[in-house]
Design a protein around this ligand. Structure first.
Ligand code: SF4
Ligand code: SF4
Length: 456
């Protein structure tokens, strides 16, 4: 297989000008699979803020109140450390996938591809027609037909962009608030309005104009391909041994490639897969469907362009499981185990015993007094009642104004706690302990701070 040597990407000319890509329509098994997947993924994206689990949206990142609801679990800002496990876990899943199947994420599930191919290009084809018609109209002088189609297309783009931006916003503000905001004036909620306008502007710019340039020149994941893949990774490739020399099907000396260019015109990044594995390839498999269609027409077996490893395309032995894959799987499993332990060890409430500001102790009626404060946070998704009890040892006397506290979901409260010890015994007391129990829970938490007393 030839390895591409061009220094520029196919959608950018040598002089730096954009080579706008107008991919042709294609039909086939991978295109149908992707279309189905796009519908499912877009439905999930739109539905998540609407679906309720445990009384809250399936995904709601309430940044204003630092409360996060994910599929029935409730988190607050103190749980942010769990994000580390989430991100590393997802990264290793992506590493394993990439090592096995190359840019399968880019071609099938990345939001850039899903919305571009599943929404915006569909609208474009519907309004402006197939590739040839679009190219002809674009090259023609300005006329009524050209203007109204462009106008309608961009109005539809703007409308769909505004819908998507509002859905995106509803992940961060509650759905009822979002609906109220939409019905009110922008002046009543300028920050949310500014965010929605900013999201809309970015989405519109990206999906109506920038398009494949994001994948080709901006996406960091695309840049990591060369280190994550090897000669045994399944990629989309052209079988050079079978296809070359290219030429007419009637010439028995030619290979199977009839040089029809169909695989090139369907490519959303405008590359020629016959030039070898290229960084611009997003693994969409459109060229496989396009070439299979041609092979069917000329009576040759499918698979001239296919999913295969570089070793497979060279006719060499293929290996699926290899050291790098085992390494990624092992790291992923370790990460998953640690994440599960971390997640399970997470308490559904937080209790911290702190010292009040001011002097560390006071002397009162022959007793030493420590003034403390219990900080209680309810991390359950519903209201909970907590009982607070001092662990009295060696004459410790506790004064707790509220021994039973009711807290709404993700709400917190500071409860003053005073501990008194007769002065004569104070030097024997080293710590103060409180026992906290949440209603309906078998387990209890003990929180403690050192007891401070005069040296003599
Ligand atoms: S679609 Fe197939 S036959 Fe046509 S140019 Fe591409 S590889 Fe060759
Ligand atoms: S080369 Fe094929 S798989 Fe790669 S982006 Fe182009 S059409 Fe998609």
């Amino acid at each position: 297989m030839t390895i591409a040597t061009e220094q520029t990407t196919s959608s950018i000319r040598q002089d730096g000008q954009r080579n706008f890509v107008h991919p042709a329509d294609v039909k086939g098994r991978f295109t149908s699979l992707r279309a189905l997947l796009f519908v499912v993924l877009i439905a999930i994206y739109v539905a998540l803020p609407f679906i309720k689990i445990g009384g809250h949206p399936a995904m709601f990142l309430d940044l204003q109140h630092r409360s996060f609801y994910l599929f029935g679990s409730t988190f607050n800002a103190q749980d942010f450390w769990l994000v580390f496990f989430l991100v590393t876990g997802l990264a290793y899943v992506l590493f394993v996938l990439t090592s096995m199947w190359g840019r399968v994420w880019c071609g099938y599930a990345c939001p850039q591809t899903v919305f571009l191919e599943g929404v915006y290009r569909r609208i474009e084809r519907w309004v402006e027609g197939p590739r040839q018609t679009r190219l002809r109209r674009n090259a023609a002088p300005v006329n009524f037909d050209k203007v109204w189609r462009k106008l309608i297309k961009h109005l539809l783009f703007i409308a769909i962009t505004l819908v998507l931006a509002h859905v995106f916003l509803s992940y961060f503000v509650s759905l009822p608030s979002m609906i109220k905001m939409v019905q009110g004036s922008p002046a009543e909620h300028p920050t949310a309005f500014a965010w929605v306008m900013a999201f809309s502007a970015v989405f519109y710019f990206n999906f109506s104009w920038f398009r494949e340039q994001f994948c080709v020149i901006m996406c960091p994941y695309g840049r990591m391909q060369s280190v994550l893949t090897d000669s045994d990774t399944m990629v989309i490739g052209y079988d050079e041994k079978r296809g070359e020399p290219r030429g007419k099907v009637s010439d028995p000396n030619n290979g199977d490639c009839i040089n029809c260019n169909r695989c090139v015109v369907v490519c959303p990044t405008g590359i020629d897969i016959r030039n070898g594995l290229q960084i611009d390839c997003i693994g969409c498999a459109a060229c496989i469907d396009a070439c299979d269609e041609i092979m069917l027409k000329i009576g040759r077996p499918k698979g001239l362009v296919r999913y295969d490893s570089l070793n497979g395309l060279h006719g060499e032995a293929k290996k699926f499981f290899r050291p790098r894959l085992w390494f990624y799987i092992a790291m992923g499993l370790i990460g998953l185990t640690v994440a599960t332990i971390a997640f399970r060890s997470r308490s559904d409430y937080e209790a911290n015993l702190l010292r009040m500001q001011g002097a560390p102790y006071q002397l009162q009626d022959g007793k030493v007094r420590n003034s403390l404060e219990l900080h209680l946070v309810n991390k359950r998704e519903k209201t909970a009642v907590f009982s607070i009890q001092g662990v009295a040892k060696q004459g410790q006397e506790f004064i707790i104004p509220a021994t039973t506290v009711e807290l709404e979901s993700l709400k917190s409260r500071r409860i003053p706690v005073f501990v008194l010890v007769p002065r004569g015994k104070a030097s024997q007391i080293h710590k103060v302990q409180l026992r906290i129990r949440a209603e309906g829970s078998e387990t209890e938490q003990i929180v403690e701070v050192p007891f401070v007393s005069p040296k003599n």
